[in-house]
Design a protein around this ligand. Sequence first.
Ligand SMILES: [Zn+2]
Length: 314
Amino acid sequence: MKGKNTALIWKEEFLKHDTGLHPEKIERLVAIRSYLEKTAYYNNLVRPDFEPASWEKIAQNHDGSYVQGLENICQQKKSGNLDPDTPFSSGTYEAASLAAGAGMKLAEMVWKGDVANGVALVRPPGHHAVYKSAMGFCFFNNIAIAARHLKTLGSQKILILDWDVHHGNGTESSFYEDDSVYFVSLHQYPFYPGTGKESDRGKGKGLGYTLNCPLPRGSVEADYKTVYEEKVFPALDAFQPEIILISAGFDAHKRDPLGGMELETESFAKFTEWTKKKAKEHCQGKIVSFLEGGYDLTALSESVEAHVSVLADS
Ligand SMILES: [Zn+2]
């Protein structure tokens, strides 16, 4: 039965992060849910209960006083901005700690073999969040917190594949000197946030465990396919991951208002199929996907569905 081996988290509380008239808005998740609800497999998906990530868990990846400071400011103020791009509301801490907890729960379920794969449809997103601060619509780095949680469960080879149109600078910096988490990113370059040069390959013990694949504005699916075949998958084969985490942004879609790429909805199904095939070869299909960007509501909903449909087809 399609969907029974895939866990999906979507929670009303993610809407408490109220950004108003901002590209990363409440309506993104509402649109995705209504679109997924129309599929035949939606009701077969496993919907686990989970807790917000604790301060201690978040502080494995972020400065403790930054985490505490965000909680305090959300209690004191109805709204404001942490950086020019990153507004918060009184519900942001709750939503952000739940988003981090969602990823941890799915990572744990997939790691233990309870389900084949998992999808965290969360807000706020995470891949730009750095050690001491929020950045680029992100507060806590959900995928990095999940990777650190997997390490505490005994995983020693985690591969993070980030296909959001923007470079995942926060995730890269979390594991830049770590040889147990291999960070791979395909992104528009030059572009926000300015990082992600091909020559940035990691440092110290982590040298060779970061792979940046910058692509020029206007790249199409065939350009991405070449990069997957010539760079990403050979690196993945050599690393032999025990689990694959995906920073799944959908803002490289041709209709996205922020990104400058030319991907089709179906391109995200193909990326998912290729990655799933590799996950089956190396790690019993273990994949956990995290929603990052994607700002055209229709393109986003269709692309998320294309992605989830392939994962659910196990
Ligand atoms: Zn993005």
